[in-house]
Design a protein around this ligand. Sequence first.
Ligand code: NAP
Length: 371
Amino acid sequence: MPNQPFMIYGAYGYTGQLIAREAVARGHRPLLAGRNEAKLSALARELGLPFVAVGLEERAELLRALSSVAAVCHAAGPFVHTSAPLVDACLATGAHYLDITGELPVFEAIFRRHAEAERRNVALIPGVGFDVVPSDCLAGFVALAVPDAHELELALAVRGGMSSGTAKASFEGLLRGNFARRDGELRAIPFGRGLREVQFSDTRRTVMPIPWGDLSTAFHTTRIPNITTSMAIPRVLALSLPLAAPFLPGALRLLSRPWPRRRILALLDGHVRGPDGRQRSEGRGYLWARASNRDGLAQEAWLETAEGYAFTAESAVQALEALERSPCVGALTPATAFGTDFVLRLRGSVRYEHLPPVPHGRLSSRAAVPS
Ligand SMILES: NC(=O)c1ccc[n+]([C@@H]2O[C@H](COP(=O)([O-])OP(=O)(O)OC[C@H]3O[C@@H](n4cnc5c(N)ncnc54)[C@H](OP(=O)(O)O)[C@@H]3O)[C@@H](O)[C@H]2O)c1
């Protein structure tokens, strides 16, 4: 958005900084925002950018700051605590709202505001980071080949560390319980069950169902009524889970009490550091999706991506650019806003429609609707 400035809220957080640096590298001059003036001004000075220190509860100041931008990329999470005030402010000022959440209740809350966003000519596009751009685009891609699909399976494997923000959001997500989508509705399912093997583009892994944001976004993108989202887990965890599964509900109840919850969040805040530059350049993401119908027709596809945080920084900035090129309104998923090939524009993304025998060759880094 070279001519229309955008705001990065939460710009001095681990991922916010990556997004700000990526934006500058791509020739933008975003307005940096967040609640801590000292942290903001240090980053703004280093990058030579304007900044505004404003808390999400300071509504008048927030409205004033948003009135000067065309869009905001919200990077201050966990978003269950921070999304609503910024969405409200965007709807009031007409600024478009994008965020990098992966949190299921946040997606659900934002999609409920679709009509309001349309009325106000505002785009609300949550999940423009690693959660959920690759999986949302891959889900949309396989769904194209099976128009009457009744089941969608998605699985993800990541190589690389996590930031404290992600660790805290994941912990809070764990406490909310596990879910799958059945007959169009979100249904609670137990943690630690439903383990299975999935062939990714690099290797075979054991995956476990988790309450991933795609239970909301992939449903909106594909309308497939039954969706399971899974994540690869280490072998040792896969072996011990069947024994531990009966005790998990009790353990989670214990951890959700105020004191243990606060203590764990503080530990994650103080001790988890995001991946360093080397880990970001060496890490990879691996995704698999399969859409199938009741007659047994199925389409699979695989995706490899850059490491999650490197991916998120580029994806968030490219999403802002895509929105300026092709404006849209309403509460949208990344794939419905930017198309299922959006992911292929990002460095390191490769999509496969078939897996050749090992060692595999790269079949396609370009779009092709499977036959
Ligand atoms: N979609 C994806 O793939 C993806 C990728 C990366 C990150 N994320 C998500 O993005 C979020 C941030 O991650 P991170 O790695 O940047 O974590 P981080 O380093 O902990 O940064 C979080 C930022 O949010 C700010 N913040 C938290 N609560 C706030 C509030 N109520 N009001 C204003 N600012 C608030 C913090 O500011 P203070 O320092 O002032 O507290 C901090 O700057 C997490 O929720 C994470 O899950 C998603």
